[in-house]
Write a protein that binds this ligand. Sequence first.
Ligand code: C5P
Length: 222
Amino acid sequence: GVCGDLQNKKILITAGPTREPIDPVRFISNRSSGKMGYALAEAAVERGGEVILISGPTCLPRPSGLYKYIRINTALEMRECILKYFYWSDVVIKAAAVSDFRPKSYSEHKIKKNDSATEMTLQLEKNPDILKELGEKKQKQLLVGFAAETDEIKENAMEKLNKKNLDLIVVNDVTAEGAGFEVDTNIVRIYYKDGSAEEIPKMTKKELANVILDRVVKLLKN
Ligand code: C5P
């Protein structure tokens, strides 16, 4: 875009799930559709931002007007890609649902079912917390995180915000109807570094994207 309140701002957005391969035909993933991150990317482009969208596997069409669109599969690929553009960016919005764990070893061959066994064990190892790493490397960048919580929402949100050195965190109450995975609407609370919070009523993910970007613009001005 050529005008808008995000003009001259470089915005890095992640969206969707990651896929952690087990063997050539299997993987571990989650229910993230990518809708929230894609809505943010579209809204940021419309407001004049220079936008890089790093996306896990989703069925969504590529938003138009992006500076770069990069598809990744695993959390480790996402990490590498984000680190490449971190110092380029003014704002990083991590809407992706990164897998916390990945299979410890990848089998080059399809794992066969053993007819005599009724159980099998898959060993997992922890993926790096990308956003936490960005929080440690942070210079000028404004960092926005997302979280899905079911209980002790405020405590968990503030702990993540502080631990990851974020400027704001958008929290989904995944137990509420019309919020969270796969649906087109969301109900969230936004928590800020100073401990203040804001309840955002149910709205479409595109409308919510614009509310989040309003807050980002306000913080960039300070
Ligand atoms: O999983 P968690 O609730 O800690 O996620 C909070 C934020 O941290 C999200 O914005 C998510 O994208 C990010 N995250 C990450 N790397 C991980 C796990 C989460 O960047 N391994």
